[in-house]
Design a protein around this ligand. Structure first.
Ligand code: GAR
Length: 208
């Protein structure tokens, strides 16, 4: 069984999709061993608790400086002994040390077709605001490996979603979630858990 740690910051609909996937058979050979939120008020924590998953909050607000937060966050990760770390709407920059330790073992879901509408400052609703401002006709979501950059790691899966006349950032966000994010993230975890995506052959230096 692949031990999956999920990091969240907000509503946790992607976390819910993973939980549902493990229950309805879309994800096999994987279990969610822990959920970590940086935000005490994140509804994602409630979703985890309601499903009997260990849920912990590690908030930068509770620490004197970033160094202390990073240490506490690293400890919370290590306690879970994860095989895979999934960033499901996690809006905090990961400690460098963590990224270095879990090379090819961290994936992220981004609500656009990378390399469009990604990088520093592109998260949540802003991504869809920018896509509508630019007037794109197609957008989507991407699951990618996390490296030391922002949204720069190797792409694992992508799915396109049509922009419709009259879309607002909110309606577009909802469609991208329903048609792409909630499909792609469980699929990526299942493919990894069953050896059909070989992370060691994709990113970093392993196997190169
Ligand atoms: C999702 O749309 C996810 O793709 C996005 O935050 C949202 C979290 O929603 N992540 C990013 O923008 C990361 N750059 P959720 O808490 O309901 O899963």
């Amino acid at each position: 069984m692949l031990r999956v740690l999920v990091c969240v910051s907000g509503g946790g609909t992607n976390l819910q999709a993973i939980i549902d996937g493990t229950k309805d058979g879309r994800i096999t050979n994987a279990e969610i061993v822990r959920v970590i939120s940086n935000n005490r008020k994140a509804y994602a924590l409630t979703r985890a608790e309601e499903n009997g998953i260990c849920a912990v909050c590690v908030s930068p607000k509770d620490f004197g400086d970033r160094e202390q937060f990073n240490r506490a966050f690293m400890d919370a990760v290590e306690e879970a002994q994860p095989d895979l770390i999934v960033l499901a709407g996690f809006l905090v920059v990961l400690p460098k040390e963590l990224v270095g330790k879990y090379v090819n073992r961290i994936i992220n879901i981004h609500p656009a077709l990378i390399p469009s509408f990604c990088g520093k400052g592109y998260y949540g609703l802003t991504v869809h605001e920018k896509a509508l401002e630019r007037g794109v006709k197609v957008t989507g979501a991407t699951v990618h490996l996390v490296d030391e950059g922002t949204d720069t790691g190797p792409i694992l899966l992508q799915k396109a979603v049509e922009v419709e006349d009259g879309d607002t950032p909110e309606t577009l966000q909802r469609r991208v979630m329903e048609q792409a994010e909630w499909v792609l993230l469980p699929k990526a975890i299942d493919l990894i858990a069953n050896g059909r995506i070989d992370l060691d052959r994709l990113g970093g230096t392993v196997g190169v």
